[in-house]
Design a protein around this ligand. Structure first.
Ligand SMILES: [Fe+2]
Length: 236
């Protein structure tokens, strides 16, 4: 038994998509697949002969449109997974904190990490944690829309930091070309929360972030609330 693990990148939104599978049973999962790169992802899944079991989102994204529904149309046995707190009606599985999903011999465990959005979920598979936009490499997700809360994000990152130091950290985005970190590295060097920053200072730093709204937010959020199904967007 071994794990097939393919990190994939979508360059317009700097999003990482992660494909994981059991090499023996060929059961696979995909985390945070993006509409713009769905043909690449479908091609890889078919090339490797994988049986896609779960299409998983870390949260309802604001910066890109998911390919959950198109992937499900292609791989009809697959189930779409989002957190129960994400308040979407399009998921087949509304996962809760601590719940597990199996693919082959591997287990994915959900870790509720609200703060960037209220429905953010991180996922642990063996020595890897997929942190979505809760914990980024040297940074963290913004908290200024989609029910964001810096207070909750502090507690969520502390929860992620209870994983073993050697755990690899795979975020949903990186804007500087970095691909992976570790719990140890982020505890020590994360610029928002590393070095035992307290909650008050963390909240101050998050609230001081100066960021423009994601260009696609008004299209991406409603589209992702229906898992990327084709919808009509009303023009303002
Ligand atoms: Fe996000």
């Amino acid at each position: 038994m071994s794990l097939i693990f393919r990190p994939l990148f979508e360059k317009e939104s700097s999003t990482y998509t992660y494909l994981l599978a059991d090499s023996k049973t060929k059961e696979a999962i995909i985390i945070d697949a993006v509409s713009d790169t769905k043909q690449r992802d479908i091609g890889l899944i078919e090339e490797l002969g994988l049986n896609l079991k779960y299409i998983i989102e870390t949260h309802v994204h604001a910066d890109h449109i998911t390919s959950s529904c198109p992937l499900k149309a292609q791989f009809t046995q697959a189930q779409i997974v989002l957190s129960e707190a994400s308040l979407v009606a399009c998921a087949d599985v509304l996962i809760k904190d601590g719940e597990c999903l199996k693919f082959g011999e591997f287990t994915l465990t959900a870790l509720a990490t609200p703060g960037h959005t209220n429905g953010c979920m991180s996922y642990v598979v063996g020595d890897k944690v997929f942190t979505g936009d809760a914990l980024l490499i040297r940074s963290c997700g913004r908290c200024d829309f989609q029910e964001g809360s810096a207070d909750k994000l502090f507690d969520s990152i502390q929860k992620i930091f209870t994983l073993p130091d050697e755990t690899y950290v795979y975020p949903a985005h990186d804007y500087g070309g970095r691909t992976v970190s570790s719990i140890w590295e982020e505890k020590a060097f994360n610029e928002m929360i590393g070095g035992n920053v307290d909650k008050q200072e963390f909240v101050r730093r998050v609230n001081a972030m100066v960021l423009s709204l994601p260009a696609k937010i008004h299209v991406a959020v409603p589209s992702n609330q229906v898992c990327g199904a084709r919808i009509m967007i009303n023009k303002p």
